[in-house]
Write a protein that binds this ligand. Structure first.
Ligand code: NAP
Ligand code: HSE
Length: 433
């Protein structure tokens, strides 16, 4: 039997040999015949770069040329694709990516920070050079969500993209609930397990997930990627009481990203939200990611899987490389960069119910004052619960009917003026999923 495999290999230069880079080397080495058969040509690593040449990385790198400088690697004449797996929105990752494009290389990256901040400029430069930048691994690790949006749902008008896109935050929130532990304890556990980014605020501050949401929003709505317009709120203020009491009302708390085009502009939020505990998002445990896509023709699609880790993330990098090897070339954000519109940013324009938790001084008329503030702000109460207590403050939970953020903010100011609050109230949006 003869095989139809071109003798012309696709030649890779890989910058970054950490968690993802070594995962990619393993896939290329272990699946060489399968990859060649599927792509119709061999996939070869030509040269690699990292900081410490002598480090044992658990993979055999002896067949590849070594470059101390990733920018020099990016410009090598003997590579076709520059694979950027170092990370960082600027510095060597940005310089090397720009160099690769200028030198006529296609680029594959897992770097959401780089593309969330410089995606439009890089996409424009790549297209001008007739090259592609692909970034499947940058959003939700092993889940092929960029492909799903760019290709599988290309015939749909997308109405909403949402999801849990930071596994570390989902681990922390679900572990707090299952073990009954406070945030600080579980944060330390996550740190000891090596789950947190070098700057933990990228995870718990919602920044990492916000980068991912901004990238998906650009593809979904045909807009220029605009991370600065993402309303960000991290999980650091979520208490074990919030988690327990939300559960008591039938909800789970998730760091949820939501992007939707509204009449007032593009809404992008990455913040703690309540979702029904019976929903797929509500049932998501541990470090897993889930992305929900909604299109006019297809309805709702739910994608679930590993959002991080060596194998899953390298799997997504490899998928992009395979597209390039097959000659399948899609613009960075699914359409030419020049066609991407600059969207007007809308702040939480869509009305929603809210969960309110407060500690009320237990004296006559306290609850009535709270109800009056809500009434005056035009906010209607759906459900309310007061818990028995032994100290001077009574825990009170209120679930409102749908209201706007403006009305909610008016009520929060009004609560301060009642003189019956024993501490600042907590307000968390309830997302319809
Ligand atoms: P990592 O384990 O920290 O590895 C980073 C690699 O880059 C290391 O090999 C490091 O060299 C190399 N490097 C850093 N600065 C360099 C420089 N100036 N010159 C040459 N090499 C340099 O990071 P990672 O987890 O693999 O992540 C890589 C990228 O994938 C990031 O953009 C990250 O956001 C993204 N990503 C990661 C995951 C995940 O699960 N880890 C998931 C999705 C996306 P040394 O080894 O010599 O220090
Ligand atoms: N820090 C990210 C997470 C993994 O916890 O999901 C890299 O995207």
């Amino acid at each position: 039997m003869t095989t139809d495999i071109s003798p012309r290999p696709l030649r890779l230069g890989i910058a970054g040999l950490g968690t993802v880079g070594t995962g990619l080397v393993k896939i290329v080495q272990e699946h060489a015949p399968l990859l060649a058969s599927r792509a119709g040509r061999p996939i070869e690593i030509v040269a690699v770069s990292a900081r410490a040449k002598a480090k044992n990385r658990g993979v055999d790198l002896s067949a590849y040329a070594w470059e101390d400088d990733p920018v020099a690697l990016a410009g090598r004449a003997d590579i076709d694709v520059f694979v950027e797996l170092m990370g960082g929105s600027d510095g060597p990752a940005r310089r090397a990516t720009e160099t690769a494009i200028a030198a006529g290389k296609d680029v594959v990256t897992a770097n959401k920070a780089l593309l969330a901040l410089h995606g439009q400029a890089l996409a424009t430069a790549a297209e001008a050079a007739g090259k592609v930048i692909r970034f499947e691994a940058a959003v939700a690790g092993g889940i092929p969500v960029v492909k799903a949006l760019t290709e599988g749902l290309a015939g749909n008008e997308i109405s909403r993209v949402m999801g849990v896109m930071n596994g570390t935050c989902n681990y922390i929130l679900t572990r707090m609930e299952s073990a009954g532990l406070p945030y600080e304890t579980v944060f330390q556990e996550a740190s000891d397990l090596g789950y947190l980014e070098a700057d933990p605020n990228l995870d718990v501050g919602g920044i990492d997930a916000g980068h991912k949401l901004a990238l998906l929003a650009a593809i979904a709505f045909g807009t220029q990627v605009d991370f600065d317009a993402v309303e960000l709120e991290g999980i650091g203020s979520i208490t074990i009481e919030d988690i327990r009491q939300a559960a008591d009302m039938g909800y789970k708390i998730k760091l949820l990203g939501v992007a939707q085009m509204t009449g007032r502009g593009l809404e992008q939020r990455m913040s703690p939200c309540l979702v029904p505990e019976t929903s797929p998002l509500g049932q998501l445990q541990g470090g897993t990611n889930m992305v929900v896509l909604e299109g006019d023709a297809v309805g709702q699609i739910v994608l679930r899987g590993a959002g991080a880790g060596s194998g899953p993330t390298a799997s997504a990098v490899m998928a992009d490389i395979m597209d390039i090897a097959r000659g399948y070339r899609v613009p960075t954000f699914g359409q030419p960069a020049a066609n991407l519109r600059q969207a007007r940013a809308a702040r939480a324009a869509v009305a929603a119910p809210y969960y309110l938790r407060m500690q009320l001084l237990d004296k006559p008329g306290a609850l009535a004052k709270v109800a009056r503030v809500l009434g005056e702000a035009g906010i209607s109460i759906d459900r309310m619960r007061q818990y028995s207590h032994e100290d001077v403050a009574a825990p009170v939970l209120i679930v409102t009917h749908k209201t706007t953020r403006t009305a909610l903010e008016e009520a929060l100011v009004g609560f301060e003026e009642t003189g019956v609050m024993a501490g600042p109230p907590v307000a968390i949006r309830i997302e319809a999923v």
